[in-house]
Design a protein around this ligand. Structure first.
Ligand code: TXA
Ligand code: MG
Length: 329
């Protein structure tokens, strides 16, 4: 890539320019509260194709459509009571709901990879809200990184990963949540957690009662329900080792909490106070910081499997899964 994208401060003028680009079928990277998204007009097949092209993403992996509120969402999906209760509690915010495609849904077939469901979410970030409103249509947006790489939580991460594949990046600063939205399939009587994320399982169950988890489903079924889970994701270019309590001399340490083992080449602490929200917000930026020449491996301290820890551990397990596809980004 020989040209750099333009990184601009979000103003009425630049958001207007970005919205015009989207309406023309172009791509724009923009901040959400979770991670930066690579946006395109979700009703335009060609524009959605450009997302898959820019990311190098397999076409069987569907995209999330972003809308301004629940009323907008109802135009594109077949709504139900569970969705209503979840929307009231979590929207705008880091929850994506998978619902049956409405009969006359304008969402491009490519955005849903041919599935009869649509993943839809209402982001809370003011720049995302302003952009969707100005574009006047739903915006399909995966995380704004090359497929398989670590998700971007800052504008410069987007530029590093996608380069000139995206012409314009709205720079909203660091993302506050830091891990992607929770993806919940609400198309069935018992909702299924397809991807842990920024809305915790505990908070969801407090609203709608017990949910199922996709990896508890028979193999195949989970893969069919959430095609994205088939892929290796969040790969750093060097190996990652989990549950580390002692550190080797060639290792960089991704620490958590106040008591940190000594001896690492470099140490980055997700949260010195052991706060999971802070750890989630720092996760991808610190994985990037440790992903540098001279470090042989990233060792990660144990992180509690509760609240946002579910999403953090999910991303770390994927980063640790060595599938031979490193250095994709
Ligand atoms: O926080 C987020 O969700 C970010 C920001 C930009 O909104 N977006 C994001 O998109 O993480 P992406 O494409 O990286 O992840 C979307 C996930 C994938 O695992 C995909 O398989 C799943 O949602 N998904 C999308 N549509 C689906 C559908 N109809 N049924 C099941 N899973 C679906
Ligand atoms: Mg992604």
């Amino acid at each position: 890539m020989n040209e750099a994208p333009r990184i601009v401060e979000p103003t009425a003028a630049t958001v207007g320019e970005a919205a015009a680009l989207l309406r023309d079928g172009g791509l724009v990277a923009f901040p959400t509260e979770t991670v930066y998204g690579l946006g395109a007009d979700a009703t335009n097949e060609h524009a959605c194709a450009a997302i898959f092209e820019a990311k190098g993403r397999p076409r069987f992996n569907p995209l999330i459509s972003h809308v301004v509120d629940a009323d907008e969402a109802r135009r594109f999906v077949s709504w139900n009571d569970t969705a209503e209760r979840l929307a009231a509690r979590f929207w705008p915010g880091p929850l994506t709901m998978v619902l049956p495609r409405a009969r006359d849904s304008a969402i491009a077939l490519l955005a849903t990879a041919g599935l009869d469901t649509v993943a839809i979410r209402v982001p809370s970030h003011p720049v995302a809200q302003a952009l969707i409103r100005a574009a006047g249509r739903p915006i399909a947006a995966p995380s704004a990184n090359r497929s398989g790489a670590v998700s971007p939580t800052r504008a410069e991460h987007v530029a590093q990963s996608l380069g000139a594949r995206v012409p314009l990046i709205l720079d909203g600063g660091p993302c506050l949540v830091g891990v992607e939205s929770t993806v919940l399939d609400v198309s069935m009587p018992t909702p299924v957690l397809l991807r842990p994320g920024g809305a915790t399982r505990e908070a969801i169950e407090a609203v709608i009662g017990p949910i199922a988890v996709s990896n508890a489903l028979p193999n195949g079924d989970a893969a069919h329900k959430s095609p994205g889970q088939l892929e290796s994701h969040y790969a750093s270019s060097i190996p990652v080792r989990l549950m580390a309590t002692e550190i080797g001399p060639d290792e960089g340490l991704l620490a958590f909490g106040p008591i940190v083992p000594a001896g690492a080449m470099m140490t980055c602490n997700l949260s010195p106070t052991g706060n999971l929200a802070e750890a989630a917000a720092n996760l991808f930026a610190l994985l990037r910081a440790l992903d540098r020449p001279g470090i042989g491996r990233i060792a990660v301290m144990p992180i509690p499997e509760t609240g946002l820890g579910l999403a953090i551990n999910d991303r770390l397990r994927r980063a640790a899964a060595d599938d031979g596809s490193r250095r994709q980004s």
